[in-house]
Write a protein that binds this ligand. Structure first.
Ligand code: A2R
Length: 321
């Protein structure tokens, strides 16, 4: 049954992106998938192709365990998603963020290197690495300077620098992604779309007063549906170049206000909106938008899911919770 299909090991497979990536890869029928997750976590079963998903406990803070997993399974590809992914949490726990996002990445890279088999690793970074981009430099290209403004962003920049070093010094086959805001069903709270959708779903169920509390509505972000993002990751596994970084985004920015308006419009009950000063971060970057010419030109990837569908699906997911 497994035939000659290459094995993809996904770390952080129980996370938001990991769940969608495992489902996408398994459904495609082109790969076998090893879904690495913490012992306490559950990997969402893809409806089809689940036979090809091998679920394994994989703590990236346990380098020996990671090395054993990589050596025994000899994946052709690794997509490294396990991380501390929250900016807010990175301020509360910078050391923990660095342990996961830098030492964890080292554990994965060293395991792949020690195994010695041909293996391409996709390392997922973030638009946060760019920090504040001058309006005249938007849409931001991969060549733009990086001025990270929080511990999470610094950790992702460190991941990328380590990767470049390993490409140069050890000849490893590493491809780098800088992901812009990803949205869609299954995202944890703490991200703007997920926060709004969760509030609307809670109001519909009568669990909260009919007021959506919001932060800075004028910020503009580049939102990409997670299902489009995971297709980009697969495309980069096949066609990306080692040592190169690729923006993955929509290539246009949308005001948070517009996102809110769509979600409020989808609500089954009347809701009002109130600005919560605690949610307004004065240091918020006003606008960020990706230049996605590189990933498009080199892989042929195009985003397909319209914003309205992403928002509806995010809300529906919270309605089911
Ligand atoms: O923290 P948890 O319990 O939610 O688990 C997260 C998991 N994780 C780990 N996996 C293996 N070993 C560890 N020591 C470890 N610690 C945490 O990584 C979670 O299931 C996963 C990361 O998923 P999310 O937090 O949902 O992030 P998302 O949005 O899927 O982003 C994936 C990647 C990350 O590298 C982001 O920084 C980047 O895309 O934007």
């Amino acid at each position: 049954m497994s035939g000659d299909r290459p094995l993809v090991l996904v770390t952080g497979a129980a996370g938001f992106v990991g769940g969608h990536l495992v489902a996408h890869l398994a459904r495609s029928g082109r790969y076998r998938v090893a879904a690495g997750k913490l012992p306490s976590e559950r990997v969402a079963a893809p409806e089809e192709g689940a036979d090809d998903v091998d679920v394994l406990d994989l703590d990236i803070l346990d380098p020996a365990g990671v090395a054993r997993a990589v050596a025994s399974r000899a994946p052709r590809y690794v997509v490294h998603l396990a991380a501390q992914s929250s900016v807010a949490r990175s301020w509360e726990d910078p050391a923990g963020t660095f342990a996961l996002n830098v030492q964890g990445t080292l554990a994965v890279l060293d395991a792949v290197r020690a195994a010695g088999n041909p293996c391409r690793v996709l390392l997922v970074g973030s638009s946060e690495q760019y920090g504040r981009v001058r309006p005249e430099d938007l849409p931001v290209r991969e060549t733009a300077p990086m001025r990270p403004e929080n511990p999470y962003a610094v950790s992702k920049l460190a991941q990328e620098q380590l990767a470049r070093l390993y490409v140069e010094a050890h000849g490893m086959d590493l491809v780098l992604v800088r992901s812009f805001n990803q949205i869609g069903p299954g995202q944890a709270p703490g991200f703007v779309v997920s926060d709004f959708a969760r509030q609307v779903a809670g109001i519909e169920r009568g669990e909260r007063e009919p007021v959506v509390r919001v932060g800075n509505l004028s910020a503009r972000r580049d939102f990409t549906d997670v299902r489009d993002a995971v297709r980009a990751y697969e495309a980069l596994l096949r066609a990306g170049r080692a040592g190169e970084a690729y923006n993955v985004g929509q290539g246009r920015s949308v005001a948070v206000d517009e996102v809110l308006g769509t979600l409020v419009g989808l609500s089954r009950v009347p809701v009002s909106v109130e600005v919560d000063p605690a949610k307004v971060r004065p240091a918020d970057v006003l606008e960020i938008v990706a230049d996605v010419a590189k990933v498009r030109a080199e892989t042929g990837w195009e985003p397909q899911v319209p914003l309205a569908a992403s928002l509806r699906d995010a809300l529906d997911a919270w309605r089911r919770c």
